[in-house]
Design a protein around this ligand. Structure first.
Ligand SMILES: Cc1cc2nc3c(=O)[nH]c(=O)nc-3n(C[C@H](O)[C@H](O)[C@H](O)COP(=O)(O)O)c2cc1C
Ligand SMILES: CCCCCCCCCCC(=O)C(=O)O
Length: 350
């Protein structure tokens, strides 16, 4: 009998995950807004970028660690906030957090997590957690959530600003996916004996970012910036980092690929704060391309879900391990010793 091999590339986890997930749940994780043009563009844009290695650089020991406002990570790949991990695996966000801590990277806990942020933190003592927030129009409730994140030991707040409304997800509408199974809920939305719905409000504005900054000492990272003018405004409003993201193509369809937006945002930020990026990262070569174009670190959403659904904590650990190994391998072949030495000249369109 032919032995079944463990996936040797991140992309292989998707098939393993799909085989284990209910079809409607697979569609929720994999899908995006509208025609999913942006979903596809995110990955395709990396394929259109070529790497141009240098030779005989005597690089020796490699350096993949990065220091960010909310702490240090041993690899430049963070776990992006994604909702509903218990749909993928019974251990849910606990398993993800353990794997992220073992990889010594940051896990951004979604406000829509199916395990409470306190329990995620308890599952992975010593891990670095950031908390992702959708600012709720009820500011007292927003503040209560921020206090929980602080008390749980989160070291940064990631405020998602690309969601003044929910994306139109055709797959979810077709599948009638509009509720979580019994016994599962957004645990961070508990308010006394009820669980509030997440409100995505078009009324949220820069004024709320200012309010939030006054509410907490935690560094505020703005996730979902695509326009360079917004990156400049973010600096005016004192954010600690700008996160370029089109939400994995799940919000406004036909927004350009995230990596194509990166250079203009990096230029607008001008080194004042770190710039993070997510969307379509599936290989170590994608990571080094993004960093060569100015990202301080990147994050992965779906790859973590695929690892979790395929094999729980072990699957997430393998996904993160593969990406780490591939980053090191790409650095070696590029003739670059440190992720901090990646420069735009190493990348060109093809
Ligand atoms: C299933 C799923 C759920 C997500 N949930 C959230 C969320 O709760 N909060 C958030 O800010 N972004 C959320 N995102 C967006 C991710 O943080 C990230 O921007 C995106 O997944 C990156 O693209 P990638 O999946 O190609 O890596 C979600 C993405 C997916 C795929
Ligand atoms: C269970 C039915 C859907 C409820 C929608 C809540 C959205 C939570 C935010 C998750 C997210 O950002 C995403 O991209 O999905």
């Amino acid at each position: 009998m032919t032995p079944v091999r463990a996936p040797s590339a991140v992309r292989e986890f998707e098939a393993a995950a799909r085989a284990r997930l209910l079809p409607a749940h697979y569609d929720y994780f994999a899908g995006g807004a509208g025609e999913e043009i942006t979903v596809r563009a995110n990955e395709a844009a990396f394929a259109r970028l070529a790497l141009l290695p240098r030779v005989l650089r005597g690089t020796g020991k490699l350096q993949t660690g990065v220091t960010l406002p909310g702490g240090r990570a041993a690899m430049p790949v963070l776990v992006a906030p994604t909702a509903f991990h218990r749909l993928a695996h019974p251990e849910g966000e606990r398993a993800t957090a353990r794997a992220a801590a073992a990889a010594e990277t940051v896990m951004v806990v979604s406000m829509a997590a199916t395990v409470a942020v306190e329990d995620v933190a308890a599952a992975a003592p010593g891990g670095t957690l950031w908390f992702q927030l959708y600012i709720q129009p009820d500011l007292a409730f927003t503040e209560a959530i921020v206090r929980r994140a602080e008390a749980a030991g989160c070291t940064a707040l990631v405020v998602t600003v690309d969601s003044p409304a929910r994306g139109r997800r055709d797959r979810d509408q077709h599948n009638g996916f509009d509720d979580l199974p019994d016994g599962m809920c957004c645990e961070n939305l508990r308010d006394g004996d009820r669980v509030r719905p997440i409100v995505m409000s078009p009324e949220i504005s820069w004024r709320h970012v200012d309010l939030l900054r006054r509410m907490t000492e935690l560094p505020v990272v703005l996730k979902g910036v695509t326009h360079p003018d917004d990156a400049r405004l973010a600096l005016d409003h004192g954010v600690a980092a700008v996160w370029v993201s089109n939400h994995g193509g799940r919000q406004l369809d036909t927004v350009p690929a995230a990596v194509d937006l990166l250079p203009e945002v990096v230029a607008a930020v001008g080194g004042a704060v770190p710039v993070l990026l997510d969307g379509g990262i599936r290989r170590g070569t994608d990571v080094v391309k993004a960093m060569a174009l100015g990202a301080s670190a990147v994050a992965v959403g779906r790859p973590v879900i695929w690892g979790l659904a395929a094999d729980g904590e072990r699957g997430v650990a393998r996904v993160l391990g593969l990406l780490h190994d591939e980053v090191e391998h790409a650095l070696t072949l590029l003739g670059v010793a440190s992720v901090h030495d990646l420069r735009p000249g190493l990348v060109r369109p093809c």
